[in-house]
Design a protein around this ligand. Structure first.
Ligand code: AVI
Length: 315
């Protein structure tokens, strides 16, 4: 796949011109994709969302105690802040005060997040929202708070959708944007029973299939190719739980060929395009990743289903 610093269109081109075809998973989250993802989080089979919320509730007190007093809690892609509010309430109870900055590209999410946090009892004058891409947002927050410890929350196990190379670069970019007075608090899904993984990504209602097809539609639209419903019906959704790479792979198999000669793209009938991967970590996998990115794991809360970790940059 193209590198994440390529434009989305270049990433799509590189991904579809290669031998093993793929598209960048960042394209899954247009408005329709975000709506479908919300529906995925409500599916019976999709355990990650619920488990993460439960674990945050169980460990909120200990998590808050690992965030130094006076820290600014910054959430990347805060959405409606439903999960971060669990930690924020605990921080407020622990220190009698908490300061929060939500970063998101969606202004409607930021407004909703603000309302939700106030409803949860977070003092309105302690909440700020920054409508931005992540790194730009982090640089702004560092300018707003030049000396405070920044606790950067990255929830939702999104690290699972990154390759090692991209995740390492992402952590390094965070470090470069905010410096050493910072920590990252994130959740990562752990490797588990393959049948459980398969059904989480191949749900009976077919919502994940629609989500994946929507991503492919967005990718092709970037190349000026608007797909028809019958073209999309000919894409078969396939899920592979790859035990060697410890990841769930979500493919679309094309049963009709796709020819875009102006871009040198030819997806043959029967060929699969990898649309998304969701990695599931072991403790060792995650330790290696953090280490290579220049962070060490300070505290972790883990069980066989889920893992949450606090990362601190090496001095
Ligand atoms: C956002 N991310 C952590 C989800 C996951 O589980 O990898 C995206 C997703 N794709 C299909 N279902 C959910």
């Amino acid at each position: 796949m193209g590198k994440s610093f390529d434009s989305p269109k270049v990433q799509v081109l590189k991904g579809l011109q290669g031998l093993l075809k793929e598209i960048p998973c960042s394209l899954l989250y247009d408005d329709r994709g975000s709506e479908l993802y919300e529906k995925i989080t409500e599916l019976e089979e999709y355990y990650p969302f619920r488990v993460e919320e439960q674990r945050l509730k169980e460990h909120a007190r200990n998590i808050s105690a690992s965030i130094p007093e006076g820290s600014v809690i910054v959430e990347l892609g805060c959405g409606t802040a439903r999960k971060s509010s669990i930690v924020l309430s605990a921080v407020q109870a622990h220190y009698k005060r908490c300061r929060f900055v939500g970063i998101d590209v969606s202004s409607s999410f930021l407004q909703e997040a603000h309302t939700n946090l106030v409803e949860e009892g977070i003092a309105p004058d302690c909440i700020e929202m920054v409508e931005c891409e992540y790194m730009e947002g982090l640089k702004k927050v560092r300018t707003m708070y030049p000396t405070a410890n920044l606790c950067i929350m990255w929830l939702g196990s999104s690290v699972g959708n990154f390759t090692d190379e991209c995740a390492i670069q992402f952590f390094r970019d965070i470090h470069a944007a905010v410096g050493t007075h910072s920590q990252i608090f994130l959740c990562a899904d752990m490797w588990k029973d393959t049948a459980k993984l398969y059904s989480a990504y191949y749900d009976k209602k077919g919502v994940t299939e629609l989500f994946i097809k929507n991503g492919m539609r967005c990718a092709l639209a970037l190349l000026g190719h608007n797909t028809t419903p019958s073209e999309e019906d000919a894409w078969i959704y396939e899920v592979v739980v790859n035990e060697d790479l410890r990841r769930v792979e979500m493919y679309l198999k094309f049963t009709n060929e796709l020819l875009l000669p102006e871009y040198n793209i030819h997806v043959r009938s029967g060929e699969r395009v990898l649309v998304e991967v969701s990695r599931k970590f072991t403790v060792g996998d995650f330790n290696r990743l953090a280490n290579e990115a220049g962070f060490h794991i300070d505290v972790a809360w883990r069980d066989s289903m889920w893992g949450m970790q606090m990362l601190i940059p090496f001095k």
